[in-house]
Ligand binder design. Structure first.
Ligand code: UD1
Length: 422
């Protein structure tokens, strides 16, 4: 197993380019199953989760070729309707195959994803939405078994205890695209990745409006065709590099990011004391202000609120910001596996229910730490970049699920970081 070794306390200077968004690419790849014509997806990041999704498509009989960020999917020979436990257990996002398989083959059998390290991950909203379209769904032997000869549009309220759901919205949107009549999803997820999926579906011939807002309308069509699409840039990867500049007191230009997807982060960074400049060519320049880093309070919320997928990374920054900060997790209340590892590096964070109270420290010190999940790994790398001495982050397979060549990108801007085989 690989580990990442960092010698910290070096300001990062230079330019970093952001890859395509994992969370947009995964449902878009699943959506190709809605047609029997070839689709071309560009700007696809070469990540472990993407490779898993491609493997699942192959296991369903679909032909694919993936090179230099360009994925060609030929879904003509889709025959299988079963997404096996061996894939779903490694990647929860495979749940987004449920909608397309059901719409195209009139039946789907997708392994129940189960919980994961960041907490409970129920699927009730997915099932509620698909049932509203007329699917019969049961759960047997660990699988979600869905059938629906005739799927019909419907008005669906898709909110749960924690608000909207990204992949439930994706699933219902994909299925409703081929259902008879009109569907209205209320309390739909507004995340840019959901809007990007809708844009791809529209290129395939779907009739979706309102994407990116809480009310999405889908006028069902009889068939969808092949399409070509370029995936939006990864706002979470962009945010992670922005924080790498902020935490090291560096000066980074972030290329190929969409500033409008990062407003909640910029708002918090300006109160912490980070200077953000939007350059005329669309690049984003990040520098630390002259007054040092200040504490702030953050609550994670569905988009356009502060993303839960940036919570661990911004905690690393707050660990070295003056004063006391409070983070409250409103999406995944247990998503705090990184706290004890950050504390091993000299942070002072304590948990009180779904909130973390962070007492800013003058410095952190490098230590061997263990990554527990994808975004926690990124937080430990950020902490390692500012810590004095050597940090070794093990279990980096989590990192490889969501960050394309992160150590190469950071090394290019001056980080003393390398990947070593354990
Ligand atoms: C997606 C992202 C993940 C991100 C999350 C929240 C992908 C591949 N993954 O995951 O990176 O952290 O959005 O922004 O896009 N919930 C229910 N019932 C359901 C489904 C969800 O109660 O049926 C709850 C969840 O437990 C959570 C909240 O709704 O508290 C939001 O989860 P959701 O948006 O569904 O997350 P994912 O789509 O799985």
């Amino acid at each position: 197993m690989d580990k990442i070794v960092i010698e910290g306390n070096v300001p990062l200077v230079g330019e970093v380019s952001v890859s395509g968004a994992k969370n947009a690419a995964l449902p878009i790849i699943a959506a190709t199953l809605l047609t029997d014509e070839p689709c071309i997806i560009k700007n696809v990041p070469a990540l472990r989760d993407v490779l898993t999704m491609i493997k699942i498509l192959k296991s369903l009989g679909v032909k694919t070729s993936f090179e230099a960020g360009r994925l060609k999917v030929e879904p003509k020979y889709l025959r299988q309707h079963v997404a096996d436990y061996k894939f779903v257990s490694t990647m929860r996002a495979s749940i987004c195959l449920l909608g397309p398989l059901l719409a195209r083959l009139k039946q789907a059998r997708v392994s129940m994803p189960g919980g994961c390290i960041i907490g409970q991950r129920p699927v009730d909203l997915h099932l509620k939405g698909l049932r509203a379209l007329g699917a019969r769904i049961k759960i047997e032997h660990g699988y979600i078994i869905a059938e629906g000869k005739t799927l019909r549009g419907s008005d669906i309220y898709l909110g749960g205890a924690y608000g909207s759901s990204v992949l439930a919205t994706a699933n219902v949107m994909m299925c409703a695209a081929l259902a008879k009549g009109r569907t209205l999803i209320e309390n739909a997820a507004c995340e840019p990745e959901v809007a990007d999926l809708a844009d791809f579906l529209n290129k395939m011939g779907a009739r979706i409006t309102g994407q990116g807002t809480p009310a999405v309308w889908i006028e069902g069509v009889r068939r969808l065709g092949g399409a070509s699409h370029s995936v939006i840039p990864d706002r979470i990867e962009a945010g992670t590099h922005i924080l790498a500049a902020a935490i090291t007191g560096g000066d980074l230009v972030i290329r190929k990011a969409r500033r409008e997807h990062l407003s909640a982060l910029f708002d918090k960074l300006s109160s912490i004391g980070i200077k953000i400049a939007f350059l005329p060519n669309g690049d984003i320049r990040v520098k630390r202000g002259s007054r040092g880093l200040r504490s702030t309070d953050i609550t994670t919320l569905p988009y356009p609120g502060f993303p839960t997928d940036m919570q661990a990374q911004i905690m690393a920054l707050l660990c070295v910001s003056d004063g006391i900060s409070v983070i409250t997790e409103k999406i995944f209340p247990d998503r705090y596996m990184h706290v004890s590892e950050l504390n091993r590096m000299g942070a002072d964070v304590f948990l009180e229910g779904a909130s973390a109270i962070i007492k800013g420290q003058k410095r952190m010190s490098g230590a061997p730490v263990m990554a527990s999940d994808l975004r926690a790994s990124a937080a430990l790398i950020l902490a390692g970049l500012v810590a004095r001495g050597k940090t070794e982050v093990s279990r980096v397979y989590h990192l490889d699920r969501g960050y394309e060549k992160i150590e190469e990108k950071l090394a290019k801007v001056g980080a003393r970081i390398k990947r070593v085989k354990e």
